[in-house]
Every structure is written in structure tokens, then in C-alpha cells.
Design a protein around this ligand. Structure first.
Ligand code: GLN
Length: 309
């Protein structure tokens, strides 16, 4: 066999194109057990060549350089070993925005867009209602992780001119997650609009909030080993909800009387299997309060609305 750098041999090697690389990668990923092998390959190739997925799909005949092909194959191997595509790309789209993601925090999930939607609707409602215009609406995002919820709310409020009338605080118990959240706030130009702080559930400064949003860990501990392999790359502290899934959320419920304003509202994301359990738990820990559960786009229980009765 001729050495790879022999004159003329470069032209002899088959030119790699987006089409051939996609086929190769999708086959490798299908064999590794990925259920989204083609999509994964498209996203990874787009990442390797620095183009969007649609550009990749539109030009299957486009040649791909050797460096990009190497980067792509390295990504495919990481994915084949189970790593989430979002961590390989370092990026996840959420609420129409691109967030930096890495193992410091949970990858934002589509179902959490429901929490953002309900939070934004609630704040807009409060901004529109008769109120003391000098007093901003106070918002707290508990367990902010990558910052996706706080940043998406802030960007959305800015979109309709409401950001100046809202004060946003975001807390997490993980210093690593907070560093990532700050990076995301900077990328979306809302870093000066969100006060990030390290805290276990709520800041200890006695401040009360009109709206509290939280996507806390709520996966039942015994279910965690059965989650898709990609999930094992994420921080388990962001998923582990204890024996019944409601350990951390239950601790937050106990802090609500001192943390929510008199007419405040807490919107808490829950697992689809916790719709009844959260109502029972809220009834026990917050006698006289109201708890109703909103469904997500799939029609599954997803967000508990909790307020004084
Ligand atoms: N929805 C996530 C999952 O099932 C869990 C997120 C959470 O615990 N807050 O992987």
C-alpha cells in the first residue's frame, strides 16, 4: 500500500462528503443503540463543520475537510459511548435560545419550556394589573442550574418591554452550576438583570418574592438507574428527588410561607407521575393553600401552581 503522503495518493482517497459522513455516523450510532442516530449524526456533523443542521441536509455532496471529519468522528465516538449530544456540542436550544451546556448542570429539557411559559404569563399578568409601579415584581428561580429558566424569562420579558419592572434572583446550591448560569446570562445580555447567588433553595436574606419558579430534582431515586444512558453524564444532584421524588420539592414547600409574598405564586415543575402526590404533599405541608397541576404539551402533569388559599 502506498504511504498516505505519496504524491497523487491524496487524490486517490475517496472525497468525504456530508452525505457519506452522515451515513457512516448514523450507522455507527444506530449500532451503539442510539434511538435518534440520524439526528445525532446531523447535529454532530453540523457542529464539526461549523454549519447548521439544515445546511448540512441541503448539501449532501459538499466535501468535508480532514480536520472537520476527524472532529466529527471523535464526536460520534463520544455519543456512541453514551454522552449526550448536547454536551458534545456544548449547546442546547431551549425556548428558542441557545444555551451553553456542560456537565456542571442538567441539560434543559423541552418540558421545562412549559414552566417558562407559565412564569412569563404570570409576570405579564402582574405587570398589567393595577399595582404600585415603583415596586418591581420580584421573581426567584430556585435551582437555576444552567440558568435556562431565569435567562429565558428575562429575554422574553425584555421582548415586550417588561424587564425593567421585574427583579430577578436565581439561586443554586451548586457553585459550578451558577458559574455556567452566569455565562449563559452574559451570552444573552441579561447578566446585569439577574442576581445569582449560592443558596440551598432560597436566599437567606429574608426577601419575599411574588413569583417563584423551580425545576428541582424530582426523579425517584430507584428510577435513576433506569434512565437513558445519556442521563448518567448529568449531575445526579439535579435529578435525584429522593425515595418518592418529592424530597427536595417538599423542603421548598416548607420555605414558601416565609418566602412568597401574601399574593405570591410558586410554579414548580414536577414529574409526570407526581400529579396527585404533589397535591397531597402541599395539602399536608401548607394547610389552607391551593395547589393545582398544569399539564405540559404532551398532556402530562408538569407544573404545580401553589398559592395561599
Ligand atoms: N425531566 C427530567 C428527566 O426526566 C428530570 C428533571 C428534574 O429532575 N428536574 O430526565
Amino acid at each position: 500500500m502506498a504511504p498516505a503522503d505519496a504524491p497523487g495518493s491524496a487524490g486517490g482517497a475517496a472525497v468525504e462528503t456530508t452525505g457519506t459522513l452522515l451515513r457512516e455516523g448514523a450507522e455507527r450510532l444506530r449500532a451503539s443503540g442510539s434511538e435518534t442516530s440520524r439526528l445525532d449524526a446531523e447535529l454532530l456533523l453540523g457542529h464539526a463543520v461549523g454549519a447548521g443542521r439544515t445546511a448540512i441536509l441541503a448539501h449532501p455532496e459538499a466535501p468535508v475537510g480532514a480536520d472537520a471529519a476527524r472532529r466529527y468522528r471523535a464526536g460520534v465516538e463520544r455519543r456512541a459511548a453514551g454522552e449526550p449530544v448536547a454536551y458534545i456540542r456544548g449547546l442546547k436550544e431551549f425556548y428558542g435560545l441557545a444555551f451553553n451546556v456542560d456537565p456542571r448542570a442538567l441539560i434543559p429539557r423541552p418540558e421545562t419550556e412549559r414552566l417558562v411559559e407559565l412564569g412569563v404569563a404570570e409576570i405579564r399578568h402582574r405587570l398589567g394589573a393595577a399595582r404600585d409601579a415603583a415596586a418591581p415584581v420580584q421573581l426567584l428561580d430556585v435551582g437555576t442550574g444552567s440558568g435556562a429558566v431565569a435567562v429565558a424569562v428575562a429575554v422574553s420579558l425584555r421582548g415586550f418591554g417588561g424587564l425593567d419592572a421585574v427583579r430577578i434572583a436565581a439561586v443554586d446550591v451548586s457553585r459550578d452550576a451558577l458559574a455556567l448560569a452566569r455565562e449563559n446570562a452574559v451570552s444573552h445580555a441579561v447578566a446585569d438583570r439577574i442576581d445569582f447567588a449560592e443558596a440551598d433553595l432560597v436566599p437567606e436574606d429574608g426577601q419575599r418574592y411574588d413569583v417563584i419558579l423551580a425545576n428541582l430534582p424530582y426523579v425517584r431515586r430507584d428510577v435513576i438507574p433506569q434512565l437513558p444512558r445519556a442521563t448518567s453524564f448529568e449531575p445526579v444532584g439535579a435529578l435525584d428527588g429522593g425515595p418518592d421524588g418529592l424530597e427536595v420539592i417538599g423542603r421548598l414547600l416548607e420555605r414558601l410561607p416565609e418566602t412568597l409574598t401574601d399574593d405570591g405564586l410558586a410554579l414548580l415543575e414536577i414529574g409526570a407521575d407526581l400529579g396527585e402526590a404533589i397535591v397531597t404533599l402541599a395539602g399536608a405541608r401548607l394547610p389552607g393553600w391551593r395547589c393545582v397541576v398544569e399539564a405540559d404539551l404532551a398532556g402530562l402533569p408538569r407544573v404545580a401552581r401553589i398559592a395561599r388559599g
